[in-house]
Write a protein that binds this ligand. Structure first.
Ligand code: KIV
Length: 320
């Protein structure tokens, strides 16, 4: 990633690092710099992504499927999202953190949308929120943005409405659905969003939408013509079970490497090769001798300790 328009992380200097802002993201689009976004759901991963200089982290509701074992993202609650957003924010100093608003936490009425978006900023510490939906979500985006909360839109395949869309299908292949996608993109932009995710959209249509928008488009399964790309980090790192989407590129196979490490640990414990002296601490032999050498434990001290932990003190004459 080029360093021309946005502040770079300085993890080792200990100096304060400026966080990426939505204005930096707009500058990247204006300068023609491709924008990288990745999901993260926990503190250690967020630190690694932050220190790698990735400008945008999405705490996606994909957390439900890839971290919590739900079958669908619609199962994720506000409380679960907030928990993960807080962990990610604690792990970042540079990256702009976008909190994904979970199913029905927005769009029901303005008050509820504002209250929940506000929780991600004031309780969670995120810098922006993401909502799914184009034309139908225009009013919601407008109200949240007007309250001073940066909003990222999300159109094309919107997983929270997957049942209505008839499954995880590419969106915008017909004249009608391509027109709808264009209308959604403009509605999101005109409502005041700072960027829009295009998910599972034909590459040609995504490129045409991107050319026509002033705000950056962030693609996932939408080809190389978008202003930036987002990926679910577990797909990228190979920390998944079963299905890997076609649009994902696996840069690592962490599940295999973790499995190897865990098997090696279990085998070391089983055959007694872990822990070694290096993994243990030792004590002065004279102290141990004094405790054990008399052949007598300090019964009174043990009884006093037990009494402190129980309402039913151990009698001094009990065989310890
Ligand atoms: O929840 C998520 O991870 C997302 C991305 C797929 C854009 O919404």
């Amino acid at each position: 990633m080029s360093a021309t328009t946005q502040p770079q992380p300085a993890p080792s200097t200990g100096k304060p690092v400026r966080r990426v802002t939505v204005a930096d993201i707009a500058k990247m689009k204006a300068a023609g710099e491709r924008i990288t976004m990745l999901t993260a759901y926990d503190y250690p991963t967020a630190r690694i992504v932050d220190e790698a200089g990735v400008p945008l982290i999405l705490v996606g509701d994909s957390v439900g499927m890839v971290m919590l074992g739900y079958e669908e993202t619609v199962r994720v609650s506000m409380a679960e999202m907030l928990h993960h957003v807080k962990a990610v924010v604690r792990g970042t100093r540079h990256t702009l953190v976008v909190a994904d608003m979970p199913f029905l936490s927005y769009g029901v009425n303005v008050e509820q949308s504002l209250e929940n978006a506000g929780k991600f900023i004031s309780d969670g510490g995120a810098q922006a929120v993401k909502v799914e939906g184009g034309v139908r979500m225009a009013r919601t985006i407008e109200e949240i943005a007007r309250a001073g909360i940066p909003v990222m839109g999300h159109i094309g395949l919107t997983p929270q409405s997957v049942h209505g869309l008839g499954g995880h299908r590419v969106q915008g292949k017909s004249v009608e659905s391509a027109r709808k996608l264009l209308a959604d993109a403009f509605a999101v932009q005109e409502s005041g969003a700072f960027a829009v995710v295009l998910e599972l959209v034909p590459a040609e249509l995504a490129a045409a939408v991107t050319e026509r928008l002033k705000i950056p488009s962030i693609g996932i399964g939408a080809g190389a013509g978008c202003s930036g790309q987002v990926q679910v980090i577990t797909d990228l790192l190979g920390l998944t079970y079963g299905f890997i989407p076609r649009h994902a590129k696996q840069y690592e196979h962490l599940a295999d490497r973790m499995s190897e490490a865990i098997t090696a640990y279990a085998s070391d414990v089983a055959d007694g090769t872990f822990p070694t002296a290096e993994n243990s601490s030792s004590m002065d032999a004279a102290v141990l001798d004094e405790v054990l050498g008399t052949g007598e434990l300090d019964r009174a001290a043990l009884a006093r300790a037990a009494a402190m932990m129980s309402d039913d003190p151990i009698p001094l004459d009990r065989d310890l």
